[in-house]
Design a protein around this ligand. Structure first.
Ligand code: NAP
Ligand code: 1JT
Length: 257
């Protein structure tokens, strides 16, 4: 298992800091022998990545704000130029305005709705499209979702609707790209304390419910998500596409009273 991604080059999008799920995935990929390329939104993330990767083998960092088509096109242009072919992409990016993640969903603003869809969903579509020029040997695309895309979870609101669209996009992209041997899947992670989760009203209560009630009686870690991502990026999962794997300590399988 140690070299399951040996000779594979993986692009990881969405590391903000050491708590990011994308960083847990990067650590798992690194341990599995992958060459890793990172893309980051802004200068602050670049500095965090430089620090985090200071003891890694060759590190490659590219700026890409996914609200910009030019930056996405430019990212894959540079990757084509410097690497030719890559084998996998991890999309670990989402955004919504904090004020949209509490209270009634019907209070969602038009602009807040569009922003959440643009960054959290359309970005995967645009990335998949432009990535085709570097996934010419086939490949695997993995994105991150949450249970609030399947059921109405209090406060998740506009992000829940975005995650539904993301999970549907995974199926449509899988249908499109299968002919090119490109697989597309998502991981539905349980709640994890990250920068995104910080300041979310009631988030700690959700973590406590997990510790009390879910089958494994605990929350999940970034590395547990990372190890599932390695599976999805590797040939071990070569028969799987259009799938959503829950890494949530069993929460999705039970009915809570
Ligand atoms: P995180 O560390 O804050 O990661 C979110 C990343 O998205 C950050 O690196 C952020 O960069 C980036 N991003 C936002 N807007 C962007 C843009 N326009 N262009 C490029 N990058 C952009 O939080 P996380 O919890 O690891 O989230 C990663 C994924 O996991 C998200 O899809 C999230 O919905 C999903 N997820 C999280 C949980 C959880 O409980 N934490 C559970 C299930 C699924 P900046 O920091 O610079 O904005
Ligand atoms: C974003 C945020 C995406 C928080 C996110 C997210 N995906 C998962 N989380 C954590 C979370 C948040 C809520 C929740 C359960 C988990 C913050 C803004 C950027 C996008 O409620 C049940 C609200």
């Amino acid at each position: 298992m140690k070299s399951i991604l040996k000779d594979k080059t993986i692009l990881i999008m969405g590391v903000a800091n050491k708590w990011s799920i994308a960083w847990g995935i990067a650590e798992s990929c690194f341990e599995a022998g992958a060459n890793i390329i990172f893309s980051y939104q802004g200068e602050r993330n670049r500095q965090a990545l430089e620090k985090l990767t200071s003891n890694m083998r060759s590190v490659h960092l590219y700026k890409c704000d996914v609200t910009s088509d030019e930056e996405i096109i430019d990212l894959f242009g540079q990757i084509k130029e410097n690497f030719g072919i890559i084998n996998g992409i991890v999309h670990s990016i989402a955004f919504a305005k904090r004020e949209e993640l509490e209270g009634a969903y019907y209070n969602t603003s038009r602009q807040g709705y569009h922003l959440a869809q643009d960054i959290s969903v359309y970005s995967l579509v645009a990335v998949a499209n432009h990535a085709r020029k570097v996934l010419t040997d086939g490949g695997s695309i993995v994105t991150l979702t949450y249970f609030g895309g399947e059921k109405a979870v209090p406060n998740y609101n506009v992000m829940g609707v975005a995650k539904s669209a993301l999970e549907s996009s995974v199926r449509y992209l899988a249908a499109d790209l299968g002919v090119d041997a490109i697989r597309v899947n998502s991981i539905s992670a349980g709640p994890i304390k990250t920068l995104a989760a910080q300041g979310v009203k009631g988030f700690n209560d959700i973590l406590h419910i997990y510790e009390d009630k879910v089958p494994l009686k605990r929350t999940v870690t970034q590395r547990e998500v990372g190890d599932t991502a390695v599976f999805l990026l590797s040939r071990m999962s070569r028969g799987i596409t259009g799938e959503n794997i829950h890494v949530d300590a069993g929460y999705h399988a039970i009915g809570l009273l």
